[in-house]
Design a protein around this ligand. Structure first.
Ligand code: FAD
Length: 452
């Protein structure tokens, strides 16, 4: 017979766990958390590679040093996570051309200013074209003029790394513009174990609680006025009064979960409108280091005629001295392209870029790690990206419940979508909204009982 509980939470990433914590702390203890994979964390994911714990997903606490305390920084402090300040702004002073020359500072400064100005203008034009409340899906990109490889490298870092210079981003406004790299043996995910310690894990990170179930891939979701029923891939059935669905926007756009009856149009349209960013950190291990280290050298850029082609590099010497590791970040189309090819092919391309920058005598990488967020059917991308000119309507449609199904996840965070703190705060918010709804339902039933 199917197991029955008050609330089923689908997904044990930061948002699902944050929602569970709110419910349990407020007396709703019979929750069940169904997680498709065999671990918690979702897009927060540590893996050991070349003797170092690397973060395949979220790597930074973004938004530090501002007027408010980022709640994820707070969690990180409480769990004693080891973090390092990352100064992205230096990256542009380390742009290499294909013959290994570094572009002079003055030229870079000038180009940088121009690129920021043009990005700001472009954004203004887009807003004017669509107007708030208008249909942003019709906005047409102005034809971009031919950019030089150096301009492309700067454009890539400005847009694909969300520099606060271009548009006001709530994260930076509220929490500050600094970013801290998490480099801890226990992984970024340690803060989740710490957060869930009181209700799911003991202090050694051992699962204590049968409310969290791994390897439960939700495939069908029946919902009615009376409750929800969930079918998992392994043939289990779970029933509950309510559900919190924390799967990513990419999963919602895919056909992994069948809704019965189907989601209403306002919901499916909002889901379809939300962009999915693919962001891939490729890790490369070398026998020794051949790149410059020291202050201001953590990040460097490769200027290639193809935008985003192995552009953004980072060495790991600050966090893990002697690790001899480089990380190169690809996004979107480049990420998808690389996910579809063999790692040997990717290694060859990366070595090509490095040879251009540092000469033919550099050592071969001894190992490569290529995460595949796009092809992971439990993710289908790295994080959400709201339409540039989005309106309240859109945001509410993304997060509003459908009957007894409540939505959470980073993509439902109005101010902080895309980030770990967005997922965390969204989970808390959804948990609270559901508590309120359950309270109301209780009142309704007691009223109708009084009447009869
Ligand atoms: P998830 O973590 O995706 O949790 C959802 C869970 O649902 C997953 O565990 C999944 O397995 C499960 N699931 C999916 N489908 C089903 C199903 N059918 N049945 C059961 N379970 C299912 N943020 C930052 O703040 N800083 C960063 O530096 C940063 N960098 C990033 C880099 C990368 C490469 C990626 C991928 C993300 C990055 N992010 C970063 C974003 C951040 O990781 C996410 O915003 C956040 O972790 C999302 O949490 P979530 O709970 O919303 O979703």
């Amino acid at each position: 017979s199917p197991s029955c509980s008050s609330v089923i939470i689908v997904g044990a990433g930061v948002s699902g766990l944050s929602a569970a914590k709110v419910l349990i702390e407020n007396g709703v203890e019979d929750v069940v958390i169904l997680e498709a994979s065999d671990r918690i964390g979702g897009r927060i994911r540590k893996q050991d590679f070349g003797g170092v714990p690397v973060e395949l997903g979220a790597g930074w606490i973004v938004g530090v040093g501002g007027r408010e305390l980022n709640p994820v920084l707070d969690l990180a402090r409480k769990s004693n996570l080891r973090t390092f300040f990352s100064d992205y702004s230096n990256a542009r002073y380390n742009i290499y051309d294909r013959s290994g020359k570094v572009f002079p500072r003055g030229l870079v400064e000038e180009t940088y200013k121009k690129e920021v100005e043009s990005a700001v203008q472009k954004l203004k034009k887009l807003e004017a074209d669509c107007g708030y409340g208008g249909d942003f899906s019709n906005a047409t990109e102005p034809p971009s003029t031919q950019k030089t490889p150096m301009e492309l490298a700067i454009d890539f870092t400005l847009h694909d790394f969300e520099m606060p210079e271009v548009e006001p981003i709530s994260t930076f406004l509220d929490y500050g513009e600094r970013e801290f790299l998490v480099a801890d043996e226990r992984g970024y995910e340690h803060l989740l174990y710490k957060m869930a310690e009181d209700f799911l894990f003991n202090s050694e990170g051992k699962l204590l609680d049968s409310r969290l179930k791994f390897n439960k891939v939700v495939r069908e979701l029946q919902h009615s006025r009376n409750g929800v029923t969930v079918m998992t891939e392994d043939g289990c059935i779970f029933q509950a009064n309510y559900m919190i669905l924390s799967v990513s926007i990419g999963v919602l756009q895919s056909d992994l979960i069948a809704f019965n009856p189907p989601l209403p149009r306002w919901k499916t349209e909002a889901i379809a409108k939300c962009d999915v960013i693919v962001y891939t950190k490729i890790f490369l291990k070398f026998p020794y280091k051949f790149w410059p280290c020291g202050p201001g050298k953590e990040f460097f850029l490769y200027a290639h005629e193809r935008r985003g082609y192995y552009t953004f590099w980072q060495h790991m010497e600050n966090a893990y001295p002697g690790s001899n590791m480089l990380v190169v970040t690809l996004t979107n189309e480049e990420s998808k392209r690389v996910e579809a090819q063999s790692d040997e092919e990717t290694l060859k391309e990366a070595m090509g870029a490095l040879t251009d920058m540092f000469g033919p005598n550099i050592p071969e990488a001894t190992d490569i790690l290529v995460p595949r967020w796009w092809n992971n059917r439990f993710q289908r991308g790295s994080y959400s990206n709201y339409p540039i000119v989005s309106n309240d309507h859109f945001v509410h449609d993304i997060k509003n419940p459908v009957g007894r199904i409540f939505f959470t996840g980073e993509h439902t965070s109005e101010k902080f979508s895309g980030y770990v703190h967005g997922g965390h705060l969204a989970g808390i918010e959804t948990g609270k909204a559901l508590l309120e709804e359950m309270e109301k339902e209780k009142e309704r039933t007691s009223e109708s009982e009084n009447q009869t």
